[in-house]
Design a protein around this ligand. Sequence first.
Ligand code: ZN
Length: 140
Amino acid sequence: MGGSPIMVQSPYERGDGERTLRYIGSSSNTREYAVDTEFAEVAGHDVTTITCLCGNTVSNEGLIQANSEGIPIHAGDPPVPAGLAAWPEDEDLYTLCPSCGRVYRDSIIEETGTAPVAFKVDVAAGPIAEAIRLHWELSS
Ligand SMILES: [Zn+2]
């Protein structure tokens, strides 16, 4: 149940290998990341008040609603543009920092008032990077 392994290993890994490898590990299991979970600052159980560990905020680079894979969600009218995720039917929302790729789980923040990093995605290249570009394009 819960967090599935994050599949960010890809040909894109080369440029950003260190950061990615930290979470994937080549031989260790994926639960390792839970041992030294990082926490972002957040106020009032409110995902919009996250200050990401990289320093990013809603009013800085912005934060993006994402699904459980870290893919930005299309929050506007249907149809969902290719490359973006549909609104999750189970309402299980995540908040993606487009600056560093850390992803936070909204329900945890709302319940606990803390913002542990759920997982990280590659925002430098690949499908999520494309989706982030698309997200800003559509919302500008
Ligand atoms: Zn960040």
